[in-house]
Design a protein around this ligand. Structure first.
Ligand SMILES: NC(=O)N[C@@H](CC(=O)O)C(=O)O
Ligand SMILES: [Zn+2]
Ligand SMILES: [Zn+2]
Length: 439
């Protein structure tokens, strides 16, 4: 099967948009041509044994980028299907322009055994085609007491080890995990949180907590694990990756670690780049996530860290919860907000449309950068690459409306935000898995 995406705006090596046509054969990019310089389709068909052109997409000058990659998401299945299923999560991802997503193991049962890894992969196969890469837990049941069987989990298809949702409290446990992961050439991905410094708090220490007389989550609760783990990564030689960085101190420690050649990488979420605790309107659980929204100074430090390469990539930490759960109020509701369907428009509107970042920089942090860090053979729009592609309308301004979400989650603090940069069509291996026109 052959396909054409015609008249698309494609970023060139200098990061500049160029009008191009992309030719896809059997799910792979076969050629990229300057507009008006496409070879005659009939000739191409004779050259390729692939047969007829079945699909032509007129891109109307919209931006065509490599399919977005999200290395930190919660799909909730098995066990929490009322929040999300692999099917609904993949639909939401596709609508948000994501073609590859890596899902966290804090399911029920926890993805701490090969059967559950297999179940996730099987369910993903039945979904829309978004590529789902499962993480497995570091410790059984994510309880921090006993390591899982890393070798068996790797064989089953896990791409890394993490207890996301909780921090590994015991340093020796973390060190053992890193040693084993290093021996298997697998990364350790850490949710950094020292429980003893958090105890019951649900917003950051800072302005908002002070105003409302609430106990706060201090920045050190995150950074103390980052610091500890950097030393353990140095000692063990593992590839150590830090989840959802939110504090100035973590950025500083990561910057120093990278400067002396320790194998650390890190991710940051859109909400930690765009919102601070001073934006929280009140005790609304749609503003409750872990790590919490920090001070404006931390937001600046995260942006700075992303710009200077200390933070490697952007992830959503898509964390759907049911409306009933989120209606319990800020104190009792679970931590987490949804992310797939707002990530690109938020970042584009806030940083690119305003001229702060180049478009190329944003796209890189959501495609090539995560692919490079996790050694995935995707993330580039080039000949020979799988045709995982996302078409984005950079112009239309639309308000965020959770009622239109494909995710089961409605938990977002961005309701009503007027944004531009909306993904409109998504392909995986050349298959159109989502298109605004077809919905
Ligand atoms: N980020 C969140 O606030 N919540 C995540 C857990 C996590 O990512 O630590 C969840 O599973 O709901
Ligand atoms: Zn986490
Ligand atoms: Zn998470």
């Amino acid at each position: 099967m052959t396909q054409w995406i015609k008249n698309a705006s494609v970023l060139n090596e200098e990061g500049q948009p160029e009008n191009k046509s992309v030719w896809i054969v059997n799910g792979k990019i076969k050629g990229i041509f300057k507009a008006g310089q496409e070879p005659d389709i009939d000739t191409l068909e004779e050259q390729s044994a692939a047969g007829k052109t079945l699909e032509i997409t007129e891109a109307e000058g919209k931006l065509l980028v490599p399919g977005l990659i999200d290395m930190h998401v919660h799909l909730r299945e098995p066990g929490f299907e009322h929040k999300e299923t692999i099917e609904s999560g993949c639909r939401s991802a596709a609508k948000g322009g994501f073609t590859t997503i890596a899902c966290m193991p804090n399911t029920r049962p926890v993805t701490d055994n090969p059967d559950t890894v297999q179940l996730v992969l099987n369910k993903a196969k039945e979904a829309n085609g978004v590529k789902v890469l499962p993480y497995a837990a570091i410790t059984k049941n994510e309880l921090g007491r006993e390591l899982t069987d890393f070798e068996a989990l790797k064989s089953a298809g896990a791409i890394g080890f993490t207890d996301d949702g909780v921090g590994v409290q015991n340093a020796q446990m973390m060190k053992d995990a890193m040693r084993r992961a290093a021996a298997l050439d697998m990364p350790v991905i850490a949710h950094c949180e020292d429980d003893s410094l958090v105890e019951g708090a649900f917003v950051t220490e800072g302005e908002f907590a002070r105003k409302l007389g609430l106990k706060g989550i201090p920045n050190e609760s995150e950074a103390i694990h980052v610091g500890r783990d950097i030393l353990l990564a140095e000692a063990t030689g593992v590839h150590y990756h830090v989840c959802h960085v939110s504090t100035e101190q973590s950025v500083r420690l990561l910057r120093q670690a990278k400067a002396i050649g320790i194998k650390v990488t890190a991710e940051v979420c859109p909400h930690h780049l765009i919102l601070s605790d001073e934006d929280i309107p009140g005790l609304d659980a749609n503003w409750k996530m872990n790590p919490p929204l920090r001070s404006p100074r931390d937001v600046e430090a995260c942006i700075e860290g992303l710009l200077d390469g200390t933070l490697d990539m952007i992830v959503t930490d898509h964390a759907p919860h049911s409306e009933e759960e989120k209606a319990k109020g800020m104190e009792l509701a679970p931590f987490g907000i949804v992310g797939f369907e707002t990530a690109f428009p938020l970042l584009y509107s806030k940083f690119v449309a305003t001229g702060l970042w180049s478009l190329d920089f944003l796209v890189e942090k959501m495609t090539a950068a995560p692919a490079r860090v996790f050694r995935l053979n995707i993330g580039l729009l080039e000949e020979g690459a799988p045709a995982d592609l996302t078409l984005i309308d950079l112009d239309t301004v639309k308000a965020v409306d959770p009622l239109t979400f494909e995710t089961k989650g409605r938990n977002t603090p961005f309701t009503g935000w007027k944004l531009q940069g909306w993904p409109v069509t998504t392909w995986v291996d050349g298959k159109m898995i989502w298109s605004e026109n077809l919905q």
